[in-house]
Structures are given as structure tokens and as C-alpha cells.
Design a protein around this ligand. Sequence first.
Ligand code: ZN
Length: 413
Amino acid sequence: MQLNEKQLEQVNKQIKRLIESGSYYGQKYKQLGITGVSSQEDFEKLPFSEKNDLRNAYPLGIMACDESEIVRIHSSSGTTGTPVIIPYTAKDVDDWATMFARCYETAGITNKDRIQITPGYGLWTAGIGFQAGCEKLGAMAIPMGPGNTEKQLKMMIDLQTTVITATSSYALLLAEEIQKRGLRDKINLKKGVFGSERWSDKMRKRIHDELGIELYDIYGLTEIYGPGIGINCQYETGIHYWDDYIYIEIVDPATGKPVPDGEEGEIVITTLVKEGAPLLRFRTHDLSRIIPGECPCGSKYPRIDIIKGRSDDMFKVRGVNMFPSQVEDILKLVEGASSEYSITIAHDDDNNKDVMLLTVEGDGKYDFDLMAKKVIENFKALIGMTPKVIIVPIGTLPRSEKKTKRVTDYRNV
Ligand code: ZN
């Protein structure tokens, strides 16, 4: 999808802002002789921006305005090394809330709803984003933050929460608790807005079945405002994103070349009106594709597919490349397998080969040995390698309030 005239003009302005402010990227563009863009061709010659740049510019090197205009910073979780800091102006904060409110509206949520917010508050962009969008919409925010399941359930019942917002793994934990305690009749949940990690169809189906709610996937990342830059509508035909604030291109992760609409690749995002920390051609490492054509909902906003995984999630065992999403596809074919699994990879020194252990939760209605056999068969047929498989009862694997870690690799420690 090409930049339209207005977007091109906006990108041009973002470049001017970066250069005038003498920010990290402004200096970089100056060195490269970049002064602006006037065509798609120019745009595609702009260098990518990367998380690593943001680490190099730590703490505030990417700031592209006077510090007096900055009203808040956020930081990405930074599981490895230096964290990343993103400064926001008052307009950035307001734009983000507007986008988030639009997400709620797209999910059919109104100012009559009561939204229980369980993602974390603080440096992370999650909790406060869900809250600001809720207030912008005029709905009632119930700002719980993460954890304390006991209190979550009490508030959910006492206040008759209609919308739950959570990471998908925490939503699953809550769904399981509600079922275990037989609280389904006491709650009034209608919709769930979930974000921040990719989740399998199986997990989606379990949350849907156990809570009886409509599910919405919200998309976003700290570097680009936070969650709220896109969401699916009720037709579940991908994620509508707000192209008046961001421009999305899909590129081949290996070559960096844009791929045609409809083809899978890495999402690269350009902010169009950001003031505090504009980012041009930011590589997200999220894998998706542009969905061509119009959505039955009639929305004018373009769509990307549900995030398939991350280009850096790929793991390699005995020469075979795999993504967690492929493992999920295999588990979908096995009756009795739940959505929860974990993968452990290690090197067997005695036999000098890599071993992969796949632990899968079984719902207890099917024989565990037969299930393991089935998983192995499918693995052999579809991926071309054979893991060791263990089936364990539901609830054995840890549930997380943040992102669930699926793959643990002991080979390089
Ligand atoms: Zn739609």
C-alpha cells in the first residue's frame, strides 16, 4: 500500500522536525544528506529505524522537540540490556488516547460500558493506555492493574464489569478461575480486549467458550505510542489500523524490500504526526500481511492480518527452522490438547545432538500416551523433525500476567 499525498507530506514534516531538533535521527539524516521526501521511491530509500538505535540514543536522544513540551515518558520492558525511553508531548498523549478510544468504538464498546483494566501501570504503556482510551470514550474505568485474582473477581462481580482488558495469558488465567469457582452466572462480561502477545486460535476458543465473550485483539508497541494503533472489528477479518496516525509497510525480513499487498512479511511502521519521538520506517519484527480489499464492516481504515509471530521468535533445532505458531497449528490437530505448551531445547553432549522437549497440557478426556503419539506424528509430517513429547494435566504449566514464555533454549548457556 503506497503513501497517499497527505501521508507523504506528513512524513516530510516529520523529517524536517527531526533535523531541526538535532535529535539522534535528525543527525543521522543530515549525515546521509536526507532533507525530505517527495515520492514513494524517496520514502523507500529512507533507512530503517531499529530498537537498537533507540538504545544508542538512551535516555532522551530521540527527543525531537524542546524538553518543555514533553509531559511524560514511557519505557519498553527491555528484557535484554538498556531499556528504551520514549518521550511524549501533550498532543502525543492525546492522539494516543484518541486512537485507543477508536479501538474501543470499533469493538462496539460505548460510554455505558465498565472496563476493568488488568494490564500493568507505570513505565509500561499498557495500563495507562487502556485507561486514557476508556476515559476519552467516556466509559467507566476500573483501574485494577495486574495480579490479585481474588480482588479482580470481586470487582468484576460487584461492579458488573462488562469489558475485561488483559494480556491473553492473564485472560486465560481469569477464565479458568471463573470456571473453577463456578462464577460464570455472577459475572456480566460481554467483551474482552486483549493485547501484547500473539495467541493461538485454541487459546482464543477457550477464553471465548469459558467466558462466553466477544474477543478483540489490540495492536501496538511502546515505540509507536503503545497499544491502541489498531484492533479487529466484529467481523474478525484482521486488524484495522489508524492510517491517519501511522503508515504501515510490509517488508521481507531478510532483504528489507517491501512485498506486495497480501504477502506475508515484517511490519514496518512510520509515525505521521508524532512530536516527542517520531519514528520513520521502524522495524517491529512482528510478522503479518496487508489484507487487500474492504472489510464487511465498511470501515475506511486499512487492515493487517492478526500477528503471526515475530521474526526473532524463530528457533532452529537440528537444522529445522520453526515458529511457535507452527507448533500451535500442530496442537490444533490433536484432540484433547489445550492451548498451553512449552518447549525446552538442550544439547545432548553424549549423542552430540540437539533435543527438543515439547510439554503440552491435555484436558484429561483423551489418553495422554495416544495424544503424545499423535503430536509426534504430526510434527514429523508437517515440520520434518521429531521432538520428545510429554502430556501433562491442565493447569500444570505456569500462567503469566505478562507474556508467556514458550521457548527455553539451554544450548547457549
Ligand atoms: Zn472491519
